[in-house]
Write a protein that binds this ligand. Structure first.
Ligand SMILES: Nc1ncnc2c1ncn2[C@@H]1O[C@H](COP(=O)(O)OP(=O)(O)O)[C@@H](O)[C@H]1O
Ligand SMILES: N[C@@H](CCC(=O)OP(=O)(O)O)C(=O)O
Length: 366
């Protein structure tokens, strides 16, 4: 068994995420028989001594039929209306299913903002921790009704990986309607299951496609969630919800993604994955290679322009001439101060402006 699978099967704290495509159908809403099987597998893992946090998608899928919608809505207001109806049914279904084992369920709805702001982050952490110590199982979803298009997680894979980091999980299990990662979209033709992803080299030649009629992010969002979790030191298992008992048991099914050997520091993790960027620094090609490849501090000489209004201490994105984000970091100056410093070499600047614009310790390549 690979080290990642060993770590997943031995994990004491596990986040299990169930996708909409595995839990709901267009016509029937929530698949209650499927949900019962999932609750049984989760309960078995808890009985074996692990703490489990559930991230459950499916609110929009569950809200469609009661509102007479036959296709997954595309506009935000209808998605939010469907989610508000469906979330009620979803939480009720989880509550009823776990009640069979005398297990209480707590609903926790989170927004992207809750991971960006330290105080919100701590509050969510405290709630999840208390639910665990009281023996209840937390069922998490995005707080869909308050999210705007810009700040939505949209798919729940990223939310689940951030929750794994938040609760200090030692494994993340993503359950979907597909057996694992294939080297091509299995709906488009024959494709082979990739069993282990130890590094990005194992993804060479893998073609990822969109999600199903109910899912949102498709395989791409699962891969980026796996990368996010890997940065947090959390190995990931991607498997079919129909194999939940095996995935939560021995963990021999699906695709296992190894975590990086040394997790990113909490500060760099926050800068790379959780903080909102307040503005953008546009860099020339030399500055991109300095910050992204050589891990150097960013100096004013390599910045061609600045967009957005920000203050020293805010997180900014650093974008290369090709428009691609190369790095994120904590900026040392206000946007107004920076305007007068652009393109100037450090020795030309007054002594109080000679600190790097983004120090290497506060900077992380994307
Ligand atoms: N390379 C690939 N390997 C596996 N599945 C893929 C791949 N490319 C695209 N997919 C599709 O991604 C879907 C899962 O994503 P999605 O529908 O968003 O699921 P969920 O609702 O569980 O988040 C699968 O049904 C599968 O058809
Ligand atoms: N918060 C949304 C999740 C959206 C979604 O489709 O997520 P996923 O199925 O994980 O790709 C819901 O509950 O419907």
């Amino acid at each position: 068994m690979s080290p990642a699978r060993q770590a997943i099967s031995a994990a004491r704290r596990v986040v299990v995420k169930i996708g909409s495509s595995a839990l709901t159908s267009l016509e029937g809403g929530i698949d209650l028989a499927r949900l019962d099987k999932l609750a049984e597998a989760i309960e078995a893992r808890m009985a074996a001594g692990s703490d489990v946090v559930v991230v459950s998608s499916g609110a929009i899928g569950a809200g469609m039929a009661p509102l007479g919608l036959t296709r997954r809505p595309q506009d935000l207001a209808t998605k939010q209306a469907a989610a508000s109806v469906g979330q009620l049914a979803l939480a009720h279904a989880w509550g009823t299913s776990f009640a069979r084992f005398g297990r209480t369920v707590g609903q926790v709805l989170l927004s992207a903002d809750d991971f960006a702001r330290r105080e919100h982050h701590r509050n969510a952490q405290r709630t999840l921790d208390r639910l665990r110590s009281l023996g209840a199982v937390a069922v998490v979803n995005e707080n869909d009704t308050v999210a705007t298009e810009e700040i939505r997680f949209g798919d729940n894979d990223r939310l689940a990986a951030l929750v794994a980091h938040l609760v200090g999980a030692d494994a993340l299990i993503l359950l979907s309607d597909v057996e694992g990662l294939f080297d091509g979209d299995p709906r488009k033709g024959p494709a082979a299951l990739v069993r282990e992803v130890r590094s990005t080299a194992d993804l060479d030649g893998v073609i990822v496609g969109a999600g199903g009629a109910l899912g949102t992010g498709g395989m791409a969002s699962k891969l980026s969630a796996a990368r996010l979790a890997a940065d947090a030191g959390v190995p990931v298992l991607l498997a079919a919800a129909t194999s939940a008992a095996d995935a939560l048991g021995e963990g021999l099914v699906g695709t296992a993604f190894a975590a990086r050997p040394i997790r990113l520091s909490a500060r760099k993790f926050w800068v790379r994955h959780a903080a909102d960027a307040s503005g953008t620094l546009h860099l020339d090609a030399g500055a991109v290679s300095a910050v992204a490849q050589r891990r150097r501090s960013l100096l004013a000489a390599g910045i061609t322009s600045v967009t957005g209004r920000f203050y020293g201490g805010d997180v900014v994105a650093m974008v290369g001439p090709d428009g691609v984000v190369a790095a994120r970091g904590v900026v040392a100056y206000d946007s107004t101060e920076l305007e007068g410093m652009l393109g100037r070499s450090t020795s030309d600047l007054p002594s109080e402006l000679q600190r790097p614009v983004v120090h290497a310790d506060d900077l992380v390549a994307v």
